[in-house]
Design a protein around this ligand. Structure first.
Ligand code: FPP
Length: 263
């Protein structure tokens, strides 16, 4: 158990500011192509957008920010691009972890790290260790992550730990083994770059997340684009399976005691 409510088991408390924002950072390649630059130039500019977004989220009171940096399916890209993305991630870790730490940000990386070079794994582990006790924003980077991979790895670990429960596992049994167990389910999902799909991101956790799609390309994403997503989020009615009337009724204050007694 992680102390966070499961949206399918209990209606979580929701405020005006999303507690957890999860982002698919799409559009780096197109940003570069429009400028007749190589795709990798778009990824480089994407790191600047990551920096801006981390700052804007921390300033807005977001507690958890999760970024999809590299999917299990991104290995299908040209080898040079994959290798560049790995390099970029390593350089970003080398250059940014100290700044994250100074700002009280806790870094977590989720995904299957086994195919990564040992140097990159060491940087990830060192960054996580250094920032582990920070109490500010939790920044989770999903690297070689896939929603299906996560569910399967969680299931395998759960069964290995509790073989005696075969045939009777529940949602609550599986949840602690998922890679995102350190965070509540996302309130707001943002995908930049104009496509409207989930692309095997947090399949389990997005069950009741509000989805926001924007044409803004990731390297152009900034505090204003984040504010627009948050405005859209604030206008949503989060029903979690209930009716709109139930929600209205639950926000109307109960009648005063004398009135209720019929006097
Ligand atoms: C998608 O754009 C972007 C990626 C697959 C890589 C995202 C990586 C970064 C922003 C930099 C590294 C991240 C961190 C956390 C340091 P795309 O290439 O699919 O763009 P396209 O759809 O326009 O081709």
């Amino acid at each position: 158990m992680n102390g966070f409510d499961s949206s399918t088991q209990k209606v979580p408390a929701c405020g005006d500011v999303p507690r957890h924002v999860a982002i698919i950072m799409d559009g780096n390649g197109r940003w570069a192509k429009r400028r007749f630059l190589p795709r990798i130039a778009g990824h480089k500019r994407g790191v600047e957008a990551v920096r801006r977004t981390v700052t804007a989220c921390a300033e807005s009171g977001v507690e958890f920010l999760t970024l999809f940096a590299f999917s299990s399916e991104n290995w299908r890209r040209p080898a040079e691009e994959v290798s560049f993305l790995m390099q970029l991630f390593a350089v970003a870790l080398e250059q940014e972890v100290a700044k994250l730490h100074e700002n009280g940000i806790r870094l977590r990386v989720v995904g299957d790290l086994s195919p990564f070079e040992p140097r990159l794994v060491r940087l990830i582990q060192a960054g996580e260790r250094q920032t582990a006790d920070n109490r500010g924003l939790t920044l989770t980077v999903a690297a070689n992550y896939g929603g299906r991979w996560d569910i399967v790895q969680a299931m395998n670990r759960m069964i290995a730990a509790h073989p005696e429960k075969a045939g009777q596992y529940s949602e609550q049994d599986l949840a602690p083994w998922l890679a995102m167990n350190h965070a509540p389910e996302p309130d707001l999902f943002i995908r930049t770059g104009g496509e409207q799909r989930i692309s095997n991101f947090l399949l389990w956790q997005l069950a009741y997340t509000e989805l926001h799609f924007t044409d803004t390309l990731w390297p152009d994403f900034d505090a204003k684009a984040l504010a627009a997503a948050m405005d859209s989020y604030r206008r949503r009615e989060r029903r979690f399976g209930r009716t709109s009337e139930q929600l209205t009724a639950s926000t109307v204050p109960p009648p005063a005691v004398s009135e209720a007694a019929g006097s």
